[in-house]
Design a protein around this ligand. Structure first.
Ligand SMILES: Cc1ncc(C[n+]2csc(CCOP(=O)(O)OP(=O)(O)O)c2C)c(N)n1
Ligand code: SF4
Length: 501
């Protein structure tokens, strides 16, 4: 697609009757709105609604800047929930208020895309206040178009955070009272108190002159992102004739006479690139993050993970206090040392001790999409409840390490290899049941070869300062490995009594 569509090209277009077309629909719009029956030839917006104008300005800017193939449009909940019917770009529709969070994820995953978060006042300034403030404060390199009509449209006119003092709504039938419902929220002013945003402007769809200013602001917001700058926010004061109970022309006047005095038009922030280029935090090295010397043998020797490896997802489950979460953290840090992508996701109840706890560990050579594991390759079940709860989630052909010497009599094994290992008895014999999780780690490393035992010792050495405890951990690791080496038989289920099937 050409970088800039020249106006001259458009002027050359003639329609079927030979008339010169000076203004055509932006190519960033679909030709046909995918609507049913009689509704096919109209948008789903009410006559005079500001969404239509805002959509046009955005579509034109996308086309003129040559961004159509790169744009991902995140639409909100509200009247503009169906934006994906109109914009012929990548589209994602998200839960109420969550557009900046979704846009953050998309932009960080696909930094070369132009990510637009399109939101209304209920979506952005009520249910989504936290998302927008934090996305702005993080300086996410996205463009947010905040279309402010001072009311909830889709749900029939409830008061929005931007509803004017005195303005009637279904939830403020006497008019908004500052003493009861607070003052209207000025989102542009609020966000421009933050350090990170590069561009914050408020414009209005009140008359042609202001619409042309809005056009420039929309374009500017997208140019900033195209040029790799930071967070851009364009607030667009917009008419909602239906809920305001006005005809389209009066609604526009109302924007000028009522909305603008409360929400003055202004460029609140317009930073030059030089002003924030040094805001990027310095990237710390992995050895710095792990607080180990880059010369540490276990770090340098195994970085880039030269030995045999496939990706592993591991769920570790048991009671709080058994070292469930710690075992996951140790595996994750070992993976980092071996140059893998890693994630650790804990889950536990309010009672840290003796309540149920589990964690998800991903070890991967590729970037990890989600730390949540629905079907782990390996389950380490540190109690019977966890075995019963999670065994059926294990991938067919996966592995279950169960920390008892046998399975419960009525337990129906899934299609996974199961190793029963009396880890706490082994740990007890070594001198402390606290090292049960390390026995299981030894068994895991020996059975799967997912990480190297030497890396485990490297990590443990940085965590455990007392030499006698470190020695205990070394013995526990060895004991778990030798149990798998010497006592586990080939078969789907291995129990120490030789019962294998
Ligand atoms: C989690 C959740 N809570 C509430 C709703 C109901 N809801 C749908 S649209 C809306 C308000 C939208 O108002 P606004 O963001 O101003 O958009 P407009 O409809 O004016 O375009 C609400 C509360 C919802 N869909 N999801
Ligand atoms: S209710 Fe208001 S915001 Fe929603 S489509 Fe109609 S005019 Fe537009």
């Amino acid at each position: 697609m050409a970088e800039e569509t020249k106006l001259a090209d458009k002027q050359a277009v003639l329609d079927a009757d030979g008339y010169q077309l000076l203004h055509t629909k932006s190519s960033a719009f679909y030709d046909v709105y995918e609507r049913k029956g009689d509704l096919k030839h109209q948008t789903h917006y009410c006559p005079g609604c500001g969404h239509g104008v805002a959509h046009k300005l955005i579509a034109e800017a996308i086309e003129e800047l040559g961004l159509q193939d790169r744009t991902i449009f995140v639409s909100p909940v509200g009247c503009s929930v169906f934006a994906y019917y109109y914009f012929d770009v990548g589209n994602v529709q998200v839960a109420h208020g969550r557009a900046p969070a979704a846009a953050t994820a998309i932009k960080r995953t696909c930094p070369d895309r132009i990510v637009i978060s399109y939101q209304r006042d209920g979506d952005l300034a009520a249910i989504g206040t936290a998302e927008i403030v934090h996305a702005a404060n993080r300086g996410e390199k996205i463009t947010v178009f905040f279309v402010n009509n001072a009311i909830y449209g889709m749900t029939g006119g409830q008061m929005a955070p931007t509803t004017l003092v005195g303005q009637k709504s279904t939830t403020s039938p006497w008019g908004r009272r500052a003493g009861n419902e607070g003052f209207p929220l000025h989102m542009s002013e609020l966000l421009s108190t933050l350090e990170a945003p590069v561009y914050v402007e408020r414009v209005a769809l009140s008359d042609n002159k202001n619409i042309m200013k809005a056009r420039r602001a929309v374009r500017r917001g997208l140019e900033n992102q195209r040029d790799g700058l930071g967070f851009s926010f364009v607030e667009i004061l917009s008419p909602c004739p239906t809920i305001w109970g006005k005809d389209p022309v009066d609604a526009r006047h109302w924007v000028a006479e009522k909305l603008i005095p409360t929400f003055p038009l202004n460029v609140f922030r317009d930073r030059k690139p030089e002003a924030y280029s040094n805001v990027e935090p310095p990237q710390r090295t992995l050895s710095d993050v792990l607080e180990i010397s880059a010369k540490d043998e276990s770090f340098t020797k195994f970085a880039n993970h030269s030995h045999h490896f496939r990706n592993y997802t591991i769920k570790i489950a048991g009671f709080g206090g058994q070292g469930v979460l710690l075992l996951g953290q140790l595996l994750t840090e070992m993976g980092m040392r071996e140059g893998l992508e890693v994630s650790w996701l804990p889950s536990y109840g309010p009672e840290m001790r003796s309540g149920s706890a589990h964690c998800h560990v991903c070890l991967s050579k590729e970037r990890i999409g989600s730390p949540l594991i629905s079907h782990p390759d390996v389950l380490i079940a540190m109690n019977e409840i966890s075995l019963r709860k999670f065994a059926n989630q294990v991938e067919p052909g996966g592995l279950i390490l169960y920390h008892r010497d046998r399975l419960p009599a009525d337990f129906v094994p899934p299609q996974a290899r199961i190793i029963c290992i009396p880890a706490s008895e082994i740990a007890d014999k070594l001198g402390s049941t606290k090292i049960t999780n390390i026995v299981l780690m030894g068994a895991l490393l020996e059975e799967t070869e997912c990480l190297l035992p030497a890396t485990a010792m490297g990590v443990l050495e940085t965590k455990i300062k007392k030499l006698d405890l470190l020695e205990l951990d070394r013995e526990a690791l060895d004991a778990g490995r030798s149990f798998v080496d010497n006592q586990v038989r080939v078969g789907a289920v291995s129990q120490p009594d030789g019962f294998a099937y």
